[in-house]
Design a protein. Structure first.
Length: 342
């Protein structure tokens, strides 16, 4: 367990990164050296009260955040579904935001539990597809289409939030710390059809992997997501005989995946030849359907955390009390956790 100084330093570092500030920028703003700030963030140095006030002001949080923090804000088991051009600084920023969400929800709501378990892939004895089927079985989902993936994950104890990730070119980021529940942040910019696959991809990382994903782990998470959302055995049975666009759109709607993902499932299950798959890929690209899905699916929105917070408010807690528990000012707390999504 982190000491008080270490917990305070980790919170300081996470807040600084989440605001997009370097150590030099924050240190200059509050009138200390970068070396001193570095030591404070590692729990090796202290600041006087006036300097802490200046730090809190620069980071837009109440001073009480640094007095009250007890839990570690260090990132652990972080995965992210990023675009190829995503800079490391952008990943660090959103990873810090995720760590803060994890801390704030734990301090706000107490310890949570999940029915998910991790699947050891050491030695390669289980394929991602086998693990996807195991997770379906563990959650009692059978082999049919999944109605609302967000609700399924929330029922399993996963914290899901839509998050402004578009500017930093990250589709999603997830974390599963050993003593907590999985957390998934989904980019607000991600289209509804791709959102489901992205969430399933992050779920795959959470149950299969321990460290930041490399190319091999990304491919495994994709394979998990495809099988979890649309089991190959079922897609093979339901693949339309005529192979027309209208028929495929009906199948896409039934399974709640993008047309591109469905075409890939056709290839994976042997219902499309390599030549047919290339033909469809070219058609989707030249017609723009790979960017703007025909007959788009309805977006699924997280509700569990907002519902729990509103229940606390209904039972007499004040917005100021809840915001203080989350180490935030009331306005930011409201915008972060209570603003309606669409």
């Amino acid at each position: 367990m982190a000491s008080k100084a270490e917990a305070r330093g980790e919170l300081l570092a996470a807040l600084r990164l989440s605001r997009g500030l370097t150590q030099v920028e924050l240190a200059t703003a509050v009138g200390i050296s970068q070396a001193t700030l570095s030591k404070v963030e590692s729990g090796e140095a202290r600041l006087d009260l006036e300097t802490w006030r200046n730090v809190a002001k620069e980071l837009l949080v109440p001073l009480s955040a640094f007095r009250a923090v007890q839990s570690s804000t260090a990132p652990a088991r972080i995965f992210h579904r990023k675009q190829r051009t995503t800079p490391k600084s952008a990943v660090n920023k959103v990873a810090a935001e995720l760590s803060l969400v994890r801390l704030r929800v734990r301090d706000l709501m107490g310890d949570q539990t999940t029915t998910l378990r991790r699947h050891d892939r050491e030695g390669g004895f289980n394929t991602p597809q086998e693990i996807a089927r195991d997770v379906r079985d563990e959650l009692g989902l059978g082999r049919g289409p999944l109605d609302d993936l967000v609700a399924i994950l929330e029922d399993a104890g996963v914290l899901v939030l839509r998050w402004p990730l578009g500017n930093i070119q990250v589709d999603a980021i997830a974390s599963w710390q050993d003593d907590n529940v999985p957390v998934i942040l989904i980019g607000e910019h991600v289209p509804a059809d791709r959102q489901r696959f992205t969430m399933a991809h992050e779920l795959g990382h959470a149950v299969m992997h321990d460290d930041e994903a490399e190319r091999e782990q990304e491919a495994e998470a994709d394979a998990f997501a495809a099988e979890f959302l649309a089991p190959g055995s079922e897609i093979a049975k339901e693949w339309p005989a005529d192979g027309s666009l209208d028929s495929l759109l009906l199948l896409k709607k039934r399974w709640g995946i993008s047309l591109s993902a469905l075409i890939r499932r056709g290839k994976d299950t042997g219902r499309l030849t390599e030549q047919e798959y290339r033909h469809w890929s070219i058609q989707l690209s030249t017609t723009g359907m790979h960017r703007r899905e025909p007959d788009p699916t309805e977006r699924e929105n997280p509700t569990a955390l907002t519902t729990a917070i509103r229940k606390s408010l209904d039972e007499g807690a004040s917005l100021e009390e809840l915001a203080s528990s989350a180490h935030m000012y009331p306005r930011e707390f409201q915008l972060t956790f209570l603003e309606e999504t669409s």
